[in-house]
Design a protein around this ligand. Structure first.
Ligand code: NAP
Length: 294
């Protein structure tokens, strides 16, 4: 394992995120080589001690670890598919956001070109990079991750998810599903309470407690999903569905949007129609696990 700050690192792509990544390596003391299509974006980093490589090929040769973070995977290919570029002997960590299919395809492509590949996802904003708050997910062969973990630690809280290259992207979008669902539920409640003169800040602290309380249920519900058995230990789905109807009625009566409550209710009704009304809420995984039109 490389475990000292002398380990050279290359960062390709110096947008908002790439600059933050390169800066974190520099701050940790790593000799840092950078490359960007628009070279002026390297000026500040060069003043801070980074070396601007004249070509991508030169940047790749600077060390055995290369991070690439550009807009999308098409840009990754445009940068790395140039004829003069060799990936032989490089561990390439692709922190560009995408989906699992692109991640698996990029892994195959990079390995065919001689690289050791890891895919990654950044669950953070640029200003937090280099702090524990920045969570960076990795997937692919574990030995590649372990070999560079102590260098990657300079970026924040780095995590390894498993050998499937697509896992980092899947966790990324699963996290987004969580984020938007919590935010939308909070906005629905805020819209309802504002009709009674309660301001968003007042409701926010109650909503925070609700969200934290519901989060406590996840491990137990996950056990039911993994076991494929959904005894109604707390409440039955049909009880939840009656409460959903109240939410829709209340939203209608208050003159606020009902799209979200109806969406929630539609899946529960379908599950009840399929005979699951007496089971517990996580039985809905069977609805979530199907294509939308099935
Ligand atoms: N910013 C965030 O908060 C954040 C958070 C999590 C994940 N991410 C992910 O990080 C990645 C980069 O985001 P960013 O915020 O750094 O974006 P950005 O500021 O828009 O930078 C985009 C980078 O991609 C390069 N690029 C785009 N197309 C290219 C091409 N065809 N050939 C060569 N280089 C190309 C740009 O080069 P030029 O400078 O020459 O245009 C620039 O370095 C994205 O996948 C994003 O989803 C960002």
């Amino acid at each position: 394992m490389t475990n000292n700050t002398d380990t050279p690192v290359t960062v390709i792509g110096l947008g908002l995120m790439g600059q933050a990544l390169a800066r974190a390596f520099l701050k940790a003391g790593h000799p840092t080589t950078v490359w960007n299509r628009t070279t002026s974006k390297a000026d500040q980093l060069a003043a801070e001690g980074a070396r601007l490589a004249p070509t991508v090929g030169d940047a790749l040769k600077a060390g055995s670890l290369t991070i690439i973070c550009v807009t999308d995977y098409q840009a990754v290919h445009e940068v790395l598919d140039a004829t003069e570029v060799s990936l032989e002997g490089t561990t390439l960590i692709n922190l560009t956001s995408s989906d699992s299919a692109h991640a698996r395809e990029a892994a195959q492509w990079a390995e065919q070109h001689g690289a050791q590949y890891l895919d990654g996802a950044i669950m953070a904003i640029p200003s937090t990079i280099g702090t524990a708050e920045a969570v960076i997910l990795h997937s692919g062969p574990q030995p590649h991750f372990e070999a560079h973990k102590s260098t990657l630690d300079a970026l924040g809280t780095v995590a390894y998810l498993g050998a499937d290259y697509g896992l980092a992207s899947l966790y990324d979008v699963a996290g987004l599903a969580m984020m938007w669902s919590v935010l939308n539920a909070w906005l629905q409640g805020t819209a309802l309470l504002r009709t009674a003169g309660v301001d968003a800040a007042t409701y926010a602290s109650f909503a925070q407690q609700m969200a934290a309380g519901v989060a406590e249920w996840l491990p137990g519900y996950a056990e039911q999903i993994d076991a494929g058995s959904f005894p109604a230990e707390v409440s039955a789905l049909e009880t939840d569905a009656r409460a959903m109807a109240h939410l829709i009625e209340e939203s209608n009566a208050a003159g606020v949007n009902t799209e979200l409550p109806k969406l929630i209710n539609v899946m529960a009704d379908r599950s009840i129609a399929a005979g699951h009304g007496g089971e517990q809420y996580p039985v809905l995984i069977e609805e979530f696990g199907k294509p939308s039109n099935a």
